[in-house]
Design a protein around this ligand. Structure first.
Ligand code: XUL
Length: 547
């Protein structure tokens, strides 16, 4: 490794492509982002996804991602950064599948560096669009897979999650059922992280367990694709899937095309790609740490944490994915994250400052007024029939009441649906767009009753990808650096913020009969599993709110 060497993390999220160049000597060297809506209006996206009539079906044209990759690499080249990259890794929104035809492998290997990537790759797809993580259209396929594999508990035990609408297994099954000819014309099915990595190495790239376990197709105990899960999804699937690797590895050098066209060194190494959440786990410094949990307030809200191994508990909630070091992490995901917050902010004509101020000024418990913010179909709990539900006479015209209600609902949903993990965190690290909002952090701190901390680099998925690249290369070249040392070399801790919970607020949420219990009753009612929560709300007001 040379003194000037840097590592590149690329994060293809729902709304943008972000690159982060880091050096263990000088920290973050450069951060660059391309927003899809602004840069590629011809794809007609809003928030990175096309506005389509069916709220359950969310597909994206992969050519938009190809164009973004090309543009971001050119920007890095213009700043003379590509030639300094010793190794790189991709992070991407999880679960989305990309369908490639028989020409894909040879086309990827033989791209002509005088042409754009987009023109060279126009004919490699066997399906024009890719279902992404926001797609909830595969409930029938989930039921079919569950029936074959022996029920929710059995599927979760085998694959790490119950059959889940946005995951590759049900999505591939749906594709096979709807268009078998196109399915059989598909030679390779990539996850988005392995697809973007394939573009860098010029051949079909493997997938890691961070992303690969989020498919309902792998056996999380053996670390390989599961024959029974594959058979339950679609015929002849194994031959169409990439190799699954269970801990970070170098998968090869950049392709001659990438080196020539964007000025990378021909010996620049590419590390297996992963999902944005497994990358955020690294970017937040949580690898190896069982006491800290992460919360990402991006397009999706997620909460996650490191686990020493695959837990042996019977459960049907949440997900288990692999980690960079070959261990496991838990994750709970909510679709109505930043888009729900943004929608309310815009509806009331407010700015983010107002949003934060309202949360700092309004009382925890919101006078017993609650919201289930299902602007879109929700993932956790599964709600396919979108629509905001308000309780306790929350008036839709009351800006402050609704802002408080959305923030409390999101934090309480995280608390409620991560209970199965067993261990509560001693501290929470928060990342992504929403982490700049002090009011939101305060609500999370109060609901969980622990300190909440932000880190300097809030693009933790891109940072995690860059650190994974650095960790793998340094491990080869020596001196190797441990995960903690590496993370600390980039995260000085200089600009972190710590938000403390207030004991009184935490009492309002966490006491028996407190708002968390009321919220759980509202959720149960909304999904048809419990009575009207009105009596709960009245009891809560009597016990916790001044009249
Ligand atoms: C996680 C999930 C989302 C996506 C988008 O399971 O679906 O967090 O990774 O970022």
């Amino acid at each position: 490794m040379l003194k000037d060497d840097c590592f590149l993390g690329l994060d293809l999220s729902t709304q943008s492509l972000t690159t982060l160049v880091v050096s263990p000597r000088s920290g973050v060297v450069r951060q660059l982002s391309i927003n899809f809506d602004e840069s590629y209006p011809r794809y007609g996206t809003r928030g990175g996804v096309p506005t389509l009539p069916d709220p359950l079906r969310v597909h994206v044209d992969p050519m938009m991602w190809v164009e973004a990759l090309e543009d971001v690499l050119r920007l890095l080249q213009e700043e003379a950064l590509t030639s300094r990259i010793a190794a790189m890794a991709v992070s991407a929104q999880q679960h989305g599948t990309v369908y490639l035809n028989h020409q894909a492998a040879t086309t990827l290997a033989g791209l002509d560096s005088s042409n754009t990537m987009a023109s060279g790759l126009a004919n490699i797809f066997s399906r024009k669009t890719c279902p992404i993580w926001m797609d909830s259209s595969t409930s029938p396929e989930c039921r079919e897979i569950t029936a074959v594999l022996g029920g929710d508990g059995a599927v979760a035990r085998l694959t790490g999650s119950v059959a889940t609408e946005r995951f590759a297994g049900p999505q591939i099954r749906k594709f096979w059922k709807e268009d078998p000819a196109a399915y059989f014309r598909t030679e390779h099915i990539a996850l988005i992280s392995s697809f973007v990595t394939s573009l860098l190495v010029g051949r079909i790239a493997p997938v890691d367990a961070g992303d690969g376990y989020g498919t309902n197709l792998a056996d999380i105990r053996s670390g390989d694709w599961s024959r029974t899960a594959l058979d339950a999804a679609a015929p002849d699937l194994r031959q169409r899937l990439p190799r699954l690797v269970i801990r970070d590895e170098m998968i090869g050098r950049v392709s001659p095309y990438i080196a020539e066209r964007f000025g990378f060194r021909p010996d620049a190494e590419v590390i297996v790609g992963s999902g944005d959440n497994p990358c955020s786990l690294v970017g937040l410094g949580l690898i190896g740490n069982l006491d800290l949990h992460g919360v990402s307030l991006g397009t999706s809200d997620t909460c996650f944490g490191y686990m020493a191994g695959v837990p042996d508990v019977e459960r049907t909630e949440g997900h288990i994915f692999g980690t960079a070091d070959g261990h496991a992490m838990f994750l709970v995901c909510f679709k109505n994250g930043s888009l729900a917050r943004e929608r309310l902010k815009d509806d009331y004509g407010l700015g983010w400052e107002d949003f934060s101020r309202i949360l700092m000024e309004t009382p925890p418990g919101n006078h017993g007024r609650l919201m289930l913010p299902y602007f879109m179909p929700e993932i956790t709990p599964l709600v396919l029939d979108a629509g905001v539900r308000r309780f306790g006479r929350l008036d839709a015209a009351d800006a402050a009441g609704n802002i408080r209600a959305v923030a409390e609902a999101q934090a309480m949903a995280m608390h409620l649906h991560s209970a199965w993990v067993g261990k509560r965190p001693a501290r929470i690290f928060v990342t992504a767009g929403g982490s700049g909002n002090r009011g939101l952090l305060k609500v999370i701190a109060d609901v969980f009753g622990v300190e909440v901390q932000t880190i300097e680099v809030n693009e933790s998925a891109a940072l995690g990808a860059a650190l994974r690249a650095a960790h793998t290369l340094l491990d080869r070249d020596k001196p190797a650096m441990g995960w903690k040392e590496l993370w600390e070399s980039v995260e000085s801790g200089a600009r972190t913020h710590v938000i403390r919970p207030s004991a009184e607020a935490t009492r309002v949420y966490r006491s028996p009969g407190g708002l968390l219990d009321v919220y759980a009753a509202c959720e149960k009612f909304a999904i048809g599993q419990g009575p009207d929560p009105d009596a709960h709300i009245r009891a809560f007001r009597g016990a916790f709110m001044e009249v």
